[in-house]
Design a protein around this ligand. Structure first.
Ligand SMILES: Cc1cc2nc3c(=O)[nH]c(=O)nc-3n(C[C@H](O)[C@H](O)[C@H](O)COP(=O)(O)OP(=O)(O)OC[C@H]3O[C@@H](n4cnc5c(N)ncnc54)[C@H](O)[C@@H]3O)c2cc1C
Length: 379
């Protein structure tokens, strides 16, 4: 998602672009079951996708808008955010990651200066006099003035460049479970905190939803072994009453929770974005939204450099990109960690404080509106 978006943004600036991707995304068919890998895409990300020409293609496939966001621990102490509070029609959309990628890929053919190498893997990188030589596993060799590493959490580009990371594993995992509901399409995403981790629901298109179950890694491993019927019983026991019990389990997947932040986002002729630069707790659904903010920042600084005396790939330009993004990403990651740690215990005094906090946070005031705007990437 992040790499494809960067490629189009830089192609729009007239640069000659090569996209290298090891896995061909499966073409869309409306009869396909909904993928488990879905993301809550914020309004700011939608704006970027629109500028890249991909938003209409995305809407022509499938997605669902969400208009409300609710979180609580103890019943009666709930914080609710609603699109109307910002006079907006919606807060964002839930979409399958693959469809975001496909919508972007459909734009590739608009650009004669963009070539896609897929399926092809980056096999070897070598520094050249004025750039980086990229050898693919199919034998082709590309010369890059700037290598953009948007190759995910285990970024080969980041490791090859020797860019260190800070971070840890949360010793927790999360399970994504697609369910078919009897209730009609929903438009509120909710999350209840428990000391073992949050239990959440994301609406999916039609009579479907995605449940997210955070727990210790052993529990998630055990849950993954259950039949659909057994898993439904476990969900019935462990999810809040808010979940309508008239549903069937359709699909599931599990993911470890990790936090990684690259110490720097650039080296000579090389820059990293998206999960290659930062992997955040998925708690608040910010991962790819932060990645899209990186894309926006990189496009802006390169566009500005084209109008200035700096080479667009030079160190001062890449430093500007890092300045725009590193602190913002760090702030969001730390915020999520504090939230996560704050709710991961059952100590009564703390429980009371945080629940009163949630209740107070629910009053509509300018601070609440600022928090919502920040979460939506609107500032
Ligand atoms: C459980 C869970 C729920 C989440 N929910 C949300 C959410 O609601 N909202 C949100 O914003 N984010 C969410 N995220 C985070 C989001 O999924 C990631 O931030 C996002 O996928 C990162 O996108 P990316 O393009 O940077 O990396 P990736 O999606 O990992 O893409 C990297 C690409 O690089 C390719 N690649 C890697 N190495 C090579 C190589 N050597 N050669 C060629 N190609 C290569 C891979 O094939 C892949 O296509 C969630 C994450 C998890 C785990």
């Amino acid at each position: 998602m992040v790499g494809a978006a960067t490629a189009i943004g830089l192609a729009q600036l007239g640069l000659s672009i090569a996209v290298v991707e090891s896995r061909q995304p499966q073409a869309y068919d409306p009869d396909q079951p909904i993928d488990v890998r879905v993301s809550a895409i914020s309004v700011a990300s939608e704006n970027l996708l629109a500028r890249l020409g991909a938003l209409d293609s995305l809407w022509q496939m499938r997605s669902v808008p969400y208009r409300g966001l609710e979180t609580w621990e103890m019943d009666g102490f709930i914080t609710q955010f609603a699109a109307q509070q910002l006079n907006m029609s919606h807060l964002g959309h839930i979409v399958e990651n693959r469809l975001v990628q496909l919508a972007l890929w459909q734009q590739f053919c608009q650009y004669d200066n963009l070539h896609c190498y897929c399926p092809a893997k980056v096999a070897r990188l070598v520094r050249a006099t004025n750039g980086i030589e990229v050898s693919l596993d199919n034998g082709q060799v590309l010369d890059a003035r700037l290598l953009v590493g948007a190759d995910g959490a285990n970024s080969m580009v980041r490791q090859w460049a020797g860019i260190g990371v800070t971070g840890w594993d949360y010793r927790q995992a999360c399970m994504l479970i697609n369910i078919a509901t009897e209730a009609d399409e929903q438009d509120v995403t909710w999350q209840q905190f428990t000391p073992k981790g949050p239990r959440s629901l994301l609406p999916l298109p039609g009579k479907n939803a995605s449940l997210v179950w955070y727990d210790d890694a052993h529990t998630i491993r055990d849950l993954m072994q259950l039949s659909n019927k057994q898993l439904k019983q476990a969900i019935d026991q462990h999810f809040p009453e808010r979940l309508d019990r008239n549903f069937e389990v359709v699909e599931r997947g599990s993911f470890p929770l990790t936090r990684r932040h690259a110490k720097q986002y650039h080296k000579d002729h090389l820059v990293i974005l998206g999960d290659a630069a930062h992997t955040i707790n998925p708690l608040a659904g910010q991962g790819v939204n932060l990645g899209f903010k990186d894309v926006d920042a990189l496009i802006q600084v390169i566009a500005a450099a084209q109008q200035s005396e700096h080479h667009w790939w030079s160190k001062p330009v890449l430093q500007q990109y890092q300045r725009k993004r590193w602190f913002d990403n760090q702030l969001m990651m730390t915020g999520m960690d504090l939230f996560y740690a704050g709710f991961s215990n059952d100590l009564l005094p703390l429980k009371l404080v945080r629940n009163v906090g949630l209740k107070l946070a629910n009053y509509n005031n300018p601070v609440k509106q600022q928090v919502l705007k920040y979460a939506l990437g609107l500032q």
